[in-house]
Design a protein around this ligand. Sequence first.
Ligand code: C2E
Ligand code: CA
Ligand code: CA
Ligand code: CA
Length: 287
Amino acid sequence: AMRIGGGSVVGYSSMLQTLSLARLDMETDLRHALEREELELFYQPQLDLPTGRLSGFEALVRWRRSGRLVSPADFIPIAEESGLIIPIGDWILEEACRQARRWNEPNMHQGLPVTVAVNLSMRQFRKTQFIESIEQSLRRSEVNPTHIELELTESAAMHNPDQVLQLLQRLRGMGLALAIDDFGTGYSSLAYLQRFPLDKLKIDQSFVRELSRGDDAAAKRNAENIVRAMITLGHQLNLRVIAEGVETEEQMHQLVQLGCDAIQGYLYGRPVPAVMAQEFLLRERLS
Ligand code: C2E
Ligand code: CA
Ligand code: CA
Ligand code: CA
């Protein structure tokens, strides 16, 4: 066995202690985040490629923890492990539904529909009261369910696909739109992909990034082939295909060429607070 010097062992374990204390600290604060109204939804616009119009927004949660923005990548995992994702997820859903209702008022977008996409965590999706809490959000906000799109990651969807299939069928029955998120990063069973009542595939941003590998022509060609295959697969399954993480004009042109239906990314717009997203929406009406 390898011997590790005593000093580094102490150093390592005290570092772990510090890390888990920071974690516990974050969990304690997160417990109060809802009542202190520290959570906020940001909205990132999605661009429909054939029409060049705004088709909707993805809601992305933000936490203002003592004035600083904490990334969801940092606190969603803690919310999941601690179970806090249930009340937080309910809040996110209802807030997104209210916003979708507002943005679909006739004066907002020339009567064109505005979809709001909401991320679901695996834990939230599997809780027994899940369908009831969705029904409650829809009822309380009086949103038209077709204006809400639920995003489930590919890996969550394929985890227990029989159970997921049943849930998705119920959600679809309620009129909601359904998307598979981070497509290409998990392992999809094509049989289930075909059986799931989906509307959209979201190509993960890692593939989009590879499209602009100016340094490596082979890697770039490879990425193009993969993205083309994903788009073809999506279209064969009658799904709309959206690419996320689009940052450059070049990536957008490649995606147009490859037949992608929509894009989302910093090129078209960053996630912004609701008031700014609404300005974006109203501005588009003028153009
Ligand atoms: P995601 O669902 O894959 O969301 C896309 C992430 O990519 C977002 O990060 C977004 O801000 C970022 N992004 C968008 N366009 C670009 C771009 O052009 N370039 C780059 N580099 N990044 C871009 P964000 O907001 O930090 O969220 C991270 C993850 O946290 C999300 O990944 C999602 O898994 C999770 N998350 C965010 N909001 C929620 C939520 O309300 N509920 C749940 N359960 N998870 C959420
Ligand atoms: Ca997402
Ligand atoms: Ca994603
Ligand atoms: Ca992601």
